[in-house]
Ligand binder design. Sequence first.
Ligand code: XUL
Length: 540
Amino acid sequence: MDDIFLGLDCSTQGFTAILINFSSSRVIYRHNLNFNEDLPYYNTQDGIVILGDEKIVHSYPLMWVEGLELLFQKMKDDGILIFNIKAISGSGQQHGTVYLNDLFEKSLKKLDHVKSLASQLKNTFSRPTSPIWMDSSTTKQCNEIRRKLGGQKSTIEILGSNTFERFSGPQIRKFYQEQPEGYHKTSRIHLVSSFLASLLLGKDAPIDHGDGAGMNLMNIKTKEWDARVLNVTAPNLEERLPLLSNSYEVIGKISPYFVEKYGFKPDTELIAWSGDNPNSLIGVGLIEKGRVGISLGTSDTYFGYLKELYLDFNGEGHVFVAPTGDYMSLICYKNGSLAREKIKDKFNLNWKEFSKVLRESPPGNNGKIMLPYFFPEIVPSVLEPQVYRFGLVEDDLEGNIRGIIESQFLSMRVHSEWIEENPEEIYATGGASINKDVLQILANVFNTRVRQFEITDSAALGAALRSAKSFYDSKNQEKTWNDIVSEFINIQHSIVIEPQNKYKILYDDLLKLYKKCEDFILKSGASPEDLRVSFIKKYY
Ligand code: XUL
């Protein structure tokens, strides 16, 4: 019988399932549900809910529970032979925390397959909403934790990242400070990934090292909860956290609930879930140095595989643990697809028209520059959102469209310099990576070849591939990561987009100008206007 593996991905806006047939190196099924459309009664806006202040961004963990069941029901309705699935792993949007009371594990252990999961779990939350990665309301807690750990350098040395508003530790501290009763009623705090893994497992699942590294709680060198950090975050925190595990750990077999309800085989193996970015690292096949991934989704991220631990003491980048057990670097932008959409919608365009404008407008945008902080930005840190324009008016359709795309990639080039490695190739993924005109600009800005994949759901695909790797390892049919990735990813007919070398110097100059604009706004630097005028004279 063929070897079938399932990868799941609960992202900001939806939930995806991908089934792969490893024996024939093919994706055999894919379904994506959208929280707005498929679970409309939660009334989320693109999967999120803003709680009064636009810095407070949450979602509903019960909606994710329903999403999981809807996906399985859809697979069943579509006639998928669920019984043939050998192993499952998953992916979750990173950093989001789920707060559970002492009914959680008890309820998981006695689930009745005649009833829905949501109806049996709805009373197990000590907090009905979960703060997610888009939340930026914990600056006070970040400052407190960082100060108590001896400042930015020692914080980064311990945790692999500076304290960040969206990371779980500062979020937990805020909950403890503002709702102490809720905190005291909380007996377990999961990440989105480990929460969903727990449902499948029928008891608390561990948090894997990859997603654990995005919490501001795990020591990046020992890969254990760091007692100093836990102490300065919230009291008795360790007893509320699940165990940590390797990302490749087989955590158990699927719970009888899913066997009875959907027809899974009782010995279907479960592999630890991880964050979407660590999963994407595998989903685009990044298991060696020299290449980077760029994911263009709700968040835009720039990430690469690291053989050794390498830290960013400027405090903008993160180091997480890679699914292989090595490390990965990452920078994350909040002004990704939602910012692109704002511009598209402002001019009432569809994506085809948007692309046409990109194709027909001049590289360098006639010296018009945008700093696109429609939402609070993570890199560079901008807590009060505002869009800044240089030589560009708000109504200039062409200038704003090219402006947003160029600025997003220029910012990635500026802020990835700490990784100290010019990528030889960029692997593009995420929803917007289907757009070749966007990718051409990416290739030109970095003067680097860009690879586009047929499957843009790299997080779900990565989860499926991770489950294959751990499954074979557990059966003593060991395969290397290279076996897993090369057998599978290379077949995905990736299309190559070459940079247009004639624009290399132009984008090198534009990069200097962009930096100057950023410094002017964010660091009270000198005016960029003289440089902008000479850029225009040189190129137009
Ligand atoms: C990464 C990050 C985002 C989320 C969104 O640090 O915050 O990429 O994982 O899915």
